[in-house]
Design a protein around this ligand. Structure first.
Ligand code: PLP
Length: 368
């Protein structure tokens, strides 16, 4: 018998379950003859905002655009500094830089790997215009102290909730905690499109309307552009497909949490530490990132046993070639350590129990 192979993700498995509904939604949109900013987008904006507990939703082309448009809507312009974390790949940082603002990196907490309020506080200057915490791996940043800090300095908080559909802090879901919140529907996300997509959530209708205008060339009425805007619209097809998937998101998140619980029960290798959960919150395990001082050797050991892994993320944003000339601050020791040690194990709702057991047993058989 062939050895068990465990893929890092499996979109086909999800499609197999939802095929008839997804195919019907696809045909409905194609037959409607209306492909941009129509009923599907409006309905999905309302349904996703309601699911998160937010008042307003604005569908956009990607999570990166959601972040850029949120910054634009809040008038975060050249010269502004935005405090964020450097351990989540580059999209958040790219959005800030593309907007002409300057990312200032605060270090992350050693357990959750989300933005440290104490470190963010010491990075505030008269040019700081926003805090941009990232709800990393499916867990909310420690928002209450961050919101207090922002209030003291009269600046907004933009949530990067691109990895955190359904994560919560007490009764409040990601997407309702800051001034604006940004989601991605990239296919691997807990709620993923069949392509790219994103959304900005807001409690304030005025701000949401501004994002609506910005995503559509800056117009609120066709061919009348009142402000400088761009084209970043979620399309009708993606919205219709996401509407099929949204009713399954709660159960999918439950299954992710269940798999994380199984990993916690089954993995007991002293060389590998498991992700920390913030008390009082719900971690929805977009990613299951373990840490290991010999991370590359662990990845190779898993690969040899047919288990695919990924590194989220191997380089702090300030070490990326594209940002070198900007001379961004790099004094973030926890971020450095995390980037050198994290390794994501397969975790998605369709992962079978025997696959989970195989991954755990393979981690346990790793000898550093
Ligand atoms: C934390 C974070 N921010 C932003 C993004 C950007 O989202 P997108 O890929 O939809 O542009 C992603 C996803 O890739 C992400 O994980």
């Amino acid at each position: 018998m062939d050895a068990l192979k465990v893929a890092f993700c499996d979109f086909a498995a999800q499609y197999a379950v939802l095929q008839s509904e997804l195919d019907a939604a696809f045909r409905r949109v194609c037959a409607s003859g209306w492909y941009i900013l129509g009923r599907e987008v409006a309905a999905f904006e309302e349904e996703f905002a309601l699911w998160c507990g937010a008042a307003q939703g604005v569908g956009v082309a990607s999570g990166t655009d959601a972040l850029r448009l949120a910054l634009m809507a809040l008038d975060i312009n050249p010269g502004a500094e935005v405090i964020t974390a450097a351990n989540a790949g580059v999209p958040t940082v790219a959005a800030i830089v593309l907007q002409g603002a300057r990312p200032v990196f605060a270090d992350v907490e050693s357990g959750s790997l989300t933005l440290s309020t104490a470190d963010a506080a010491r990075r505030i200057t008269p040019r700081t215009r926003a805090l941009l915490p990232i709800h990393l791996y499916g867990q909310c940043a420690d928002m209450d102290p961050l919101l207090d800090l922002a209030r003291q300095h009269h600046i907004p908080v933009i949530e990067d909730a691109c990895q955190a559909h359904g994560a919560s802090l007490g009764p409040r879901r990601a997407g309702t905690l800051g001034t604006l919140a940004c989601f991605s529907f990239y296919p691997t996300k807990n709620l993923g499109a069949v392509g790219d997509g994103g959304m900005v959530l807001a409690q304030d209708k005025g701000l949401a309307d501004r994002v609506r205008q910005l995503r559509d060339y800056g117009q609120s009425r066709k061919f009348h552009q009142e402000i400088l805007g761009t084209n970043s619209r979620l399309d009708e097809l993606q919205a219709a497909l996401l509407r099929v998937k949204l009713p399954h998101l709660t159960a999918w998140n439950q299954r992710r949490i269940e798999i994380a619980r199984r990993y916690r029960e089954l993995i007991h290798n002293p060389a590998v530490s498991l992700p920390a959960e913030r008390p009082g919150g719900t971690h929805v395990y977009h990613l299951y990132a373990v840490r290991c001082a010999r991370r590359d050797a662990l990845a190779a050991h898993l690969a040899a046993q047919g288990v695919q892994t990924m590194m989220h993320y191997p380089l702090p944003a300030y070490r990326q070639e594209a940002y070198r000339d900007l001379k961004l601050n790099s004094d973030c020791p926890e971020t450095e350590r995390a980037c050198a040690e994290v390794l994501s194990l397969p975790l998605y709702p369709e992962l079978r129990d025997d696959e989970v057991a195989h991954v755990a047993a393979t981690v346990n058989s790793f000898k550093p």
